[in-house]
Design a protein around this ligand. Structure first.
Ligand code: ADP
Ligand code: ASP
Ligand code: MG
Length: 408
């Protein structure tokens, strides 16, 4: 018996039938004596539909008003799920983010949760009522509706589990756990029984969208017991995110992540002198554009090239900033960009103790004839930027060479 937070993603609430299935699962947990808080996403495709609708009216939608529109998706599913529960004779109440009072900062479309009021939820739980909360949304100190960034319902789930000190947070989705890589790209991908928090954090930040990165951060900060499970299967333990770093048990590589959302920009022929990185990236930072990988080539005759990657959504904005504020100022010969890149990353805590992983990765890519444009490493990951068209080939080849399809 305990308090469990369950989060159901868009496909898991994708039709009236599926919403009824969620209610059946909730009923099953109630009969085991658990208290339940259920977080739901909007019906799959709905957030995209709302976003497209907004863009038809205003090409660059006003962020405050966009959040008002986007937050409606989850308001539909909380009401529907409560109806399905009531139909089964289960006491249930729905709350949107503002009603719970999930207080966030005011950064519309990517707000961060600051505080969660738990009194109302506690009172319901004590009264034997299932609490159903809209994912992906909150309210700022001025009462404005905010949203938490795409995939943000995961974060609502984990943040509620942290606030309520729940025994477990269960993320139900359309796959039965965290896999060695996206099973949609590599059918041989294998479900991991467990993955360390550090690895999950890297995988999420490097593009594995099975969990939103902020949900993993929350789990780490508040030591939430977090599990990813299938909403379509009744059995199975899914994948547990663990906090112990038990190297004996660990495979060298746990997973491969990829990200097609970045673009590369190169500033050509810049003088190789102190202050150049700042002269280029300072204005980019001031324009609120996040930079990921950075490479400065060795200087030849006092000149060098400088490359970095940004989110594809901010690619044009970054080019504009460079052309207007930087190119003339530092007398760069040219600014070149490539939005058709992809970042492929291998992640594993076992890398700390094993040499030669990087060279094996590079050899595998070279044997496939794939050119590596950029490289970056940390203690537990290696990332390369390659041409987008080779993404699937690269991920499949690496998955095979590192034997990720074989049980660890
Ligand atoms: P939900 O709507 O339930 O939040 P998402 O689409 O956000 O679901 O996340 C689940 C999807 O994440 C899966 O369908 C899968 O294609 C993708 N995915 C990417 N990387 C992985 C991985 N390493 N393991 C499992 N799923 C992954
Ligand atoms: N509905 C939101 C989205 O599509 C949040 C979520 O599903 O987690 O991004
Ligand atoms: Mg998701």
């Amino acid at each position: 018996m305990g308090l469990i937070v369950q989060k159901f993603g868009g496909t898991s609430v994708g039709s009236p039938e599926r919403i009824k299935n969620v209610a059946a699962r909730v009923a099953k947990f109630l009969t085991r004596g658990h208290q339940l808080v259920v977080v739901v996403s909007a019906i799959s495709g709905e957030t995209n539909r709302l976003l497209a609708l907004a863009k038809e009216v205003q090409a660059e939608p006003d962020p405050r008003e966009l959040d008002v529109v986007l937050a409606t998706g989850e308001q539909v599913t909380i009401g529907l799920l409560c109806m399905a529960l009531l139909e089964r004779g289960i006491k249930a109440r729905s709350y949107n983010g503002a009603q719970v009072r999930i207080l966030t900062d005011g950064a519309h479309t990517k707000a961060r949760i600051l505080k969660i009021d738990e009194e109302r939820m506690r009172a319901d739980l004590e009264a034997g009522t299932v609490v159903v909360v809209a994912g992906f949304q909150g309210v700022d100190a001025q009462g404005n509706v905010t949203t938490l960034g795409r995939g943000g319902s995961d974060t609502t789930g984990v943040a509620l589990a942290a606030a309520l000190k729940a025994d477990e947070c269960q993320i139900y989705t359309d796959v039965d756990g965290v896999y060695t890589t996206d099973p949609r790209i590599v059918p041989e991908a294998r479900r991991l029984k467990s993955v360390t928090f550090e690895e999950m954090l890297e995988m999420a930040s490097l593009g594995s969208k099975v969990l939103q990165i902020r949900s993993v951060e929350f789990a780490g900060k508040y030591k939430v017991r977090l599990r990813v499970l299938s909403s379509f299967q009744d059995e199975g333990d899914g994948t547990l995110i663990t906090f112990e770093d038990d190297k004996m048990e660990q495979a060298v590589i746990s997973g491969i992540a990829f990200n097609r959302d970045e673009a590369k920009i190169t500033v050509m022929g810049v003088p190789d002198r102190p202050g150049i990185a700042y002269a280029i990236l300072g204005p980019i930072g001031e324009a609120n554009i996040d930079v990921d990988m950075i490479i400065q080539n060795a200087g030849v005759d006092g000149m060098t090239d400088f490359s970095f990657t940004v989110h594809r959504n901010e690619y044009q904005k970054a080019l504009d900033v460079l052309n207007k504020q930087v190119k003339g100022h530092i007398k760069a010969s040219d600014i070149r960009g490539d939005p058709k890149i992809c970042k492929v990353s291998m992640v594993g805590v076992g890398m700390r103790t094993h040499a030669g992983i990087a060279s094996r990765m590079f050899r595998t890519l070279s044997e496939e004839g794939i050119n590596i444009q950029m490289i970056s490493t940390s203690e537990i990951k290696i990332s390369v930027v390659i041409d987008e068209k080779y993404m699937e080939l690269a991920v499949r080849a690496l998955h095979k060479v590192f034997e990720l399809d074989q049980p660890a």
